[in-house]
Design a protein around this ligand. Structure first.
Ligand code: FMN
Length: 393
């Protein structure tokens, strides 16, 4: 019998790194590092468990790359900003490699939506002096409120007005990314992903709504993506040609869930074309539904547009929960690799289950995994499961 989903389970080479299949774990913030950003043993167990489930690539949760410039976005977010962080990530990378998967550390700077508690008395930094409208983090059911002692509405998170970074500071921030990438490689990572998506600093440059600059870092799609390119160039110079370098992009931001790039498909085309000569080996599309491009006049999925315009391999994410959907994303020209987020919270063995072709009761994602991971160890980190000894590809 032919194997289920032959494209999904075929190897793929991104840059100079070959992955055993086309399934990546999407980056998922867990807030389970030590308070000082050092990765914990729970993180080792969590990532190892998912590597053991048969993934080709793990993209880690967003990790702050430097202590300067208010880059930390969350409490208990991991960092790759010092030697202790490197030692912690080394354990994660070693454990993932033991199970045959590759791993890239996602480097992020929170920009204007950093948790104010990480900022000291400094304002957040951004492309321009804008202020996020904030967001309501959690909209779960009453049970979730009860166990978290929340009365009334879910709390709204607000942020202070951002300070605009000067051009000299942009170069310093990009140098910080490069130094973080070098430390990631020292920790044993196969490369890094630069977080240019979901409302954080690089997104704040790429998205015209939050980039009001009139210098070479704003005012056109080419200028808006220039900072992301600068970060990529400096990282490449720091880590050399053999390591994988990915750029993640999205329309949405954590404070702008229905975001759409003004200009629609044309904007995506211009961003893609501008990234053609960039240092990135691959792009990674972040969304909750990769088919949804929000421009009714042109229903082409945006990852398809970006892939064509850039000529870069595309990792496509958003709403892919079944093997059939993953295979379709690959064979339709929307993806060279797929990334799954929520399904891998709940199902560390997703790749092997899908490959076996077995029916499986896919549980709906539950947002409770967002807030207090320690509450959820039993489900999110099922280390007690018997190793099923799935046949290796
Ligand atoms: C709890 C949670 C944490 C996330 N953390 C990150 C992150 O650190 N970096 C990132 O680029 N995306 C992050 N995302 C977005 C996911 O990578 C992904 O784009 C999203 O879950 C949609 O994909 P899915 O339908 O496969 O879950 C997060 C999403 C969730 C639900």
């Amino acid at each position: 019998m032919a194997e289920a989903f032959p494209t999904l389970f075929s190897p793929v080479t991104l840059g100079r790194v070959t992955l055993r299949n086309r399934i990546a774990m999407a980056p998922l913030t867990r807030q389970m590092a030590e308070a000082d950003g050092t990765p914990t043993d729970e993180m080792v167990a969590y990532y190892a468990r998912r590597a053991r489930g048969g993934l080709g690539l793990i993209v880690t949760e967003g990790t702050y790359e430097q202590d300067a410039f208010q880059s930390r976005a969350y409490l208990s977010q991991p960092g790759i900003a010092n030697a202790a962080h490197v030692a912690g990530w080394k354990k994660v990378c070693d454990a993932v490699h033991e199970h045959g998967a590759k791993i890239v550390i996602q480097l992020m700077h929170g920009g204007r939506v950093c948790d104010p508690r990480t900022l000291g008395n400094e304002p957040p930094v951004s492309a321009s002096a804008t202020q996020s409208g904030g967001w309501t983090l959690y909209t779960d059911n009453d049970y979730e409120k009860t166990i978290r002692n929340i009365d009334g509405d879910w709390p709204k998170v607000t942020f202070g007005k951002a300070r605009e970074l000067s051009v000299a500071e942009l170069h310093a921030v990009a140098d910080g990314f490069a130094a973080g990438a070098k430390r990631a490689v020292e920790a044993g990572a196969d490369g890094v992903e630069v977080h240019g998506a979901n409302g954080y600093l690089l997104w704040q440059f790429i998205t015209p709504k939050t980039n009001l600059r009139t210098d070479e870092f704003g005012g056109s799609p080419e200028n808006n993506v220039r900072f992301a390119k600068l970060v990529g160039e400096k990282i490449r110079a720091a880590i050399g040609p053999d390591k994988l370098l990915i750029l993640r992009l999205s329309q949405d931001g954590v404070d702008d869930f229905t975001g759409a790039w003004p200009g629609g498909t044309a904007y995506a085309e211009a961003i893609g074309a501008a990234l053609k000569d960039s240092a990135y080996d691959a792009l990674h599309w972040a969304s909750f539904n990769y088919l949804d491009n929000r421009f009714p006049a042109d229903p082409t999925p945006l990852p398809t547009v970006l892939k064509r315009a850039s000529g870069k391999p595309m990792i496509t994410n958003g709403g892919i929960a079944e093997g059939q959907q993953a295979e379709a994303a690959l064979t339709s020209g929307a993806a060279d690799m797929v990334a799954l987020g929520r399904p891998l919270f709940a199902h560390p063995d997703w790749p092997y289950i899908v490959r076996s072709g077995a029916e499986y009761p896919w549980l709906p994602f539950d947002r409770k995994y967002v807030i207090q991971p320690p509450l959820d160890f039993g489900h999110a980190y099922p280390m007690g499961l018997v190793d099923p000894k799935w046949p290796q590809p």
